[in-house]
Ligand binder design. Structure first.
Ligand code: CA
Length: 360
């Protein structure tokens, strides 16, 4: 058993997942019965199947990474492909880099497993700034939010290694009220419809959906993050203690994300720096059953939003006009126009008649 489960990363991940499911023993039995090969695998209490989607995944030896239009993944800025990882930024000041999937994702329910490593020379709080994982409408747009554009449209998950807000408070000799301070490195999530700015000076506090402390720097074991999106439920978990267990970080129901967005990862360094490496990104399609009511509720959306959370400036666009509505508007406009011309002609003739009478 140990030989089977321990030999490849794939099995290990499944083994860990098995430990986490409520029905772990059943999962293990299933693994042993099915032997090796690709999914689908049944997870949990018989509701979910998973399939690895190669077109949205990245792993060694990174053959599909490059600049060409045939590449599955494109690099930006200072990002570099090495043999064991894709380095978003090196441990040097003022660098930024990104990695973007070229294929839009049209899955309704998915899970992204991120194997990453953040390490560098900097001692406590003298390193930065962290990395971000994206599921957004736009791709390959460099900017100030961990190397990506501000006012993005979609989901951003940030592994923030530098406490900007805390450092400012310290400089102003102010203290946090208890329960407000966040311990860094810190993972947080943000959903944006393109109207919100990420507040870098406050580490995204005004717009965060949730977050947790994640001590992830300079570790000698592998660190993972998983972003799961199932039935509009966003769950973020991490495996950063070297214990091969997923630990809860963020859970938000009612997250509406459109389909057809792109997965990406980005990072930035400023005065402080770190190596920000992506070792693998594995996207799984989750096949879940929906009741007819859920089917109705989970219809496609055109803009990202979060239920019961009034984010400032969040405004939905007017629904696009249907063909019939457009036809009726044009038709009645024309009728009105013709009617106005006819009235105009009649009035003009009457006025002419009257002025002629005045002459006689
Ligand atoms: Ca920060």
């Amino acid at each position: 058993m140990a030989a089977v489960l321990g030999s490849s990363g794939w099995w290990r991940r499944w083994w860990w997942r098995g430990l986490l499911t409520r029905d772990g023993s059943r999962m293990l039995l299933l693994l042993l019965l099915l032997g090796s090969g690709q999914g689908p695998w049944q997870v949990g209490a018989g509701q979910t199947f998973e399939y690895l989607k190669r077109e949205h995944s990245l792993s060694k030896p990174y053959q599909g990474v490059g600049t060409g239009s045939s590449s599955l993944w494109n690099l930006m800025g200072n990002a570099m492909v090495m043999t064991q990882y894709v380095r978003l930024t090196p441990d040097m000041q003022s660098k930024q880099g990104a990695l973007w999937n070229r294929v839009p994702c049209f899955l309704r329910d998915w899970e992204l497993q991120v194997h990453f490593k953040i390490h560098g020379q900097g001692k406590k709080n003298l390193h930065g700034d962290g990395l971000a994982i994206w599921y957004t409408k736009e791709r390959m747009q460099s900017g100030p939010v961990f190397g990506n554009m501000d006012k993005f449209v979609g989901l951003g998950v940030f592994v923030d290694t530098y406490p900007n807000e805390e450092k400012q408070q310290e400089a102003q000799k102010r203290r946090y009220s208890p329960g407000v301070q966040r311990v860094f490195p810190y993972i947080s999530a943000m959903v944006n419809n393109g109207s919100l700015s990420y507040d870098h000076e406050r580490d995204g506090r005004p717009t965060e959906l949730g977050g947790c402390t994640a001590i992830v720097r300079n570790l000698h074991y592998d660190t993972f993050l998983v972003i799961r999106y199932v039935k509009r439920h966003l769950t973020i978990m991490m495996d950063i203690d070297g214990k091969h267990e997923w630990r809860d970080c963020i859970e938000v129901p009612g997250v509406r994300l459109p389909r057809g967005y792109y997965f990406g990862a980005s990072s930035i360094t400023g005065d402080l720096s770190d190596n920000h490496d992506i070792i693998s990104l594995k996207l799984f399609e989750l096949t879940v059953e929906r009741t007819p009511e859920e089917e109705k509720l989970h219809r496609d959306v055109f803009l990202p939003s979060v239920d019961n959370m009034k984010l400032p400036e969040m405004t939905a666009p007017l629904p696009p006009l249907s063909g019939l509505a457009l036809f009726l508007i044009v038709f009645f406009s024309l009728v009105f126009f013709v009617f106005a011309i006819v009235i105009g002609i009649i009035l003009y003739n009457k006025w002419q008649d009257q002025s002629r009478k005045r002459f006689y």
